[in-house]
Design a protein around this ligand. Structure first.
Ligand SMILES: Cc1ncc(COP(=O)(O)O)c(C=O)c1O
Length: 397
């Protein structure tokens, strides 16, 4: 089928909620993608942070093929083996207590909000329904998740949303404290904001929030859908801050390409929140996606994924810092580990830079605030970083 015909049919039959770049990818190998015309692209976006182990990992492919031969779906009315494996590995990796599998990051956020609300009900704090979220945050597009997403253009067309959501300034503990009261149920945030422009949380802020939530018995929800699963060099980014949330949400690299997310509760929440009948999902945690999750954890261990991120993050940062210092088109670099952004000068349009990078055979994406965002697969090596830097330098020149 011709490239033109693919694009025409997508535009004809798929609801136009995305402005797509004129590329149709047909194959992935390692950290490279190939389009329908056979052009090769270095992937520094990994399907918006999903394909952490790159393309065509043999262990991952073999596990999924085997699971397809056995059983892909059975519903949550019964037990299944991959569910046990995936849940055990995920819970141990988070250091928390109990997991619920969803089909996306958005649904993980929805579940986390429901668990927090139910906790307050069980504590007799019926009026504690306020959720404090952060400006520039992103938690998803469903009504609940959008209610706590701090991006007005996403929210405005759908008002009124879930009542009770208020927004504080990210990295400003006083602005959170000013909102807290008997009405507060939960605080939700990303420890490294992604869509909002690659803003890392400061240590004092995260530790201060943890102390505040402990003091007032408020539920702390950390959304690690984008920054979790090793992207910053720890399995979960909150582990870098030496704290643990009451609930963590994850997705994206959790399944490395199959649609799966999860929210994981600590013991306090697991013992006093959602019970049988309170929450569910037909597909959530089915054998196919759980086999993927379980295999992803194995691959991370066998292929020393976290070590790779920790070893190469300084190389990536130094290369991007050099570009920021030398190119008048870049104001600065921001980020942690393999989640990095170049803040472009106001006169440079990030969408044009993304398009120019694609034409140069490099896949990158954008984030709010004119930021060129990079979420490479966690298996890149030093040559891939050099190749990316050469291409970006050429594009910016
Ligand atoms: C931090 C964060 N939370 C939630 C979501 C929503 O996840 P999904 O698109 O899988 O529903 C995203 C997606 O980008 C995200 O970055």
């Amino acid at each position: 089928m011709s490239t033109e015909s693919i694009r025409e049919r997508v535009e004809e039959y798929v609801l136009h909620t995305y402005n797509r770049f004129p590329v149709d990818f047909v194959k992935g190998e390692g950290v490279y993608l190939y389009d329908a015309e056979g052009r090769k692209y270095l992937d520094f976006a990994s399907g918006i942070g999903v394909n952490a182990i790159g393309y065509g990992n043999e262990t991952y492919k073999a596990a999924l093929k085997d699971q397809i031969d056995r059983l892909t779906h059975i519903s949550n009315l019964y037990y299944n083996d991959p569910l046990a494996d995936a849940a055990e590995k995920l819970v141990k990796a988070t250091g928390l207590s109990k997991a619920f599998f969803t089909n996306s990051g958005t649904e993980a956020v929805e579940g986390a909000l429901k668990a927090a609300k139910k906790y307050m009900k069980l504590k007799g704090r019926e009026n504690a329904q306020q959720i404090i979220a952060m400006e520039h945050s992103f938690h998803g597009r469903s009504v609940g998740a959008l209610s706590v997403t701090g991006n007005e253009p996403y929210r405005t067309p759908f008002l009124p949303l879930m009542p009770g959501a208020v927004f504080a300034e990210f990295n400003n503990l006083d602005s959170v404290k000013a909102l807290v009261g008997d009405q507060t149920c939960a605080i939700i945030l990303e420890t490294l904001q992604g869509e909002g422009g690659i803003y890392p949380a400061e240590e004092d802020f995260i530790r201060g929030l943890r102390a505040l939530c402990d003091e007032k018995d408020i539920v702390l929800i950390l959304d690690e859908v984008q920054c979790g699963m090793g992207r910053t060099g720890s399995m979960f980014n909150y582990q870098k801050y030496g704290i643990a949330p009451d609930i963590v949400t994850c997705a994206k690299a959790l399944g490395c390409g199959v649609p799966v997310g999860a929210f994981v509760l600590n013991e306090k929440l697991a013992e006093a929140s959602l019970v049988a009948g309170d929450h569910g999902s037909t597909y959530g945690g089915n054998p196919l996606v759980c086999r993927a999750v379980s295999t992803v954890f194995d691959v991370y261990e066998e292929e020393h994924i976290l070590e790779n991120v920790n070893k190469l993050a300084p190389v990536l940062e130094a290369g991007l810092d050099k570009i920021a210092a030398e190119s008048p088109k870049v104001l600065k670099r921001r980020g942690m580990g393999f989640m990095q952004g170049l803040v472009l000068a106001p006169e440079v349009k990030v969408s044009e830079v993304v398009a120019a990078c694609l034409a140069e055979g490099l896949v990158v994406i954008s984030a709010e605030g004119n930021v060129l965002r990079m979420l490479p697969p966690l298996v890149i090596n030093e040559q891939h970083i050099d190749e990316m830097l050469t291409k970006i330098t050429k594009v910016l020149a």
